[in-house]
Design a protein around this ligand. Structure first.
Ligand code: COA
Length: 257
């Protein structure tokens, strides 16, 4: 499928979605959001894909939602092309998603990174939720997701001031899992992606489901879910293969069954 604002490639079980709208610093207009949603759905169903990487172009990951679009939107349009829904679909995707933050990740761009499972940034990256400067709030999950990652006090400071932070501060706040010199970013991203793509896809899927519940479920419901998902994994060929390979002192080959 041809996309206007995305470039997609698949290699070694890893799909890369590059957001590509350079003339607007990768700001996401409605077409871009719809395309991202469609691409995620397609890649999630694609058996050749085990990990999805989302990145930007040149010195920008994503400069947020398109501000002209925000300017023109009427209140109930929020329920039309809903940025929050697109981002929650990424968060809940059954495949792991890595954000390769190659530069500015602002507003909806920061929220896009927050929706991913792992965030890896380059040294020149800058992150922030500057929506307050436009007289709005981050409604792509930002008020909820940022808080869960950096804690309420820091999330309040970042969202209420609209200040941007650099990569080292983002790393200190756990907003970035790793920070690399700019030219080493994608090597590190693919190193992590390859590590995950070599695991059992079904175990990765169940682990992601259980982990996602940890921020909202109470402990006993979370533990019950964890146990039930483990019971499912105990019935898989991948579990047989993983344990057998260890005992036979060889590398496992997982088929996701
Ligand atoms: N929405 C719409 N257009 C945007 C945009 C956005 N979020 N971010 C950048 N652009 C456009 C600019 O309007 C400009 O368009 P023009 O050439 O037609 O005038 C073009 O992209 C280049 O932007 P510019 O600001 O000149 O680039 P820069 O390299 O100097 O700065 C940024 C890059 C990302 C720091 C800066 O563009 C910026 O702060 N963008 C807005 C970020 C923001 O507030 N996001 C939150 C939205 S919810």
């Amino acid at each position: 499928m041809d996309y206007k604002s995305l470039k997609i490639s698949i290699e070694n079980f890893i799909a890369t979605i590059q957001i590509f709208r350079p003339e607007k610093r990768n700001a996401m207009d409605p077409v871009s959001w719809v395309e991202l949603d469609q691409a995620m759905k397609q890649l999630t169903l694609n058996q050749e894909v085990r990990v999805i990487v989302i990145t930007g172009y040149e010195k920008v990951f994503v400069a947020g939602a398109d501000i002209q679009w925000i300017h023109d939107r009427r209140p109930l349009d929020i329920y039309g092309v809903a940025v929050q829904d697109v981002l929650m679909n990424i968060y809940r995707s059954y495949k792991p998603v890595i954000a390769a933050i190659n530069g500015y990740a602002l507003g909806g761009g920061c929220e896009l990174a927050l929706a991913c499972d792992i965030r890896i940034g380059c040294e020149s990256a800058k992150l922030g939720q500057p929506e307050i400067n436009l007289g709005i709030l981050p409604a792509g999950g930002g008020t909820q997701q940022l808080t869960r990652i950096v804690g309420l006090a820091k999330a309040k400071e970042l969202i209420l001031t609209g200040d941007l932070i650099d990569a080292s501060e983002a790393y200190r706040l756990n907003l970035l899992n790793h920070v690399l010199p700019d030219e080493q970013l994608m090597d590190k991203v693919y190193e992590v992606a390859s590590k995950i793509s070599g695991k059992s896809p079904v175990a990765v899927k169940m682990a992601k489901i259980a982990l996602n519940e940890s921020s909202t479920a109470d402990l006993s419901s979370g533990l019950a879910l964890e146990k039930a998902l483990q019971a499912i994994l105990f019935s898989t060929e991948d579990k047989k293969e993983g344990t057998k390979a260890f005992l036979e002192k060889r590398k496992p080959v997982f088929n996701g069954e």
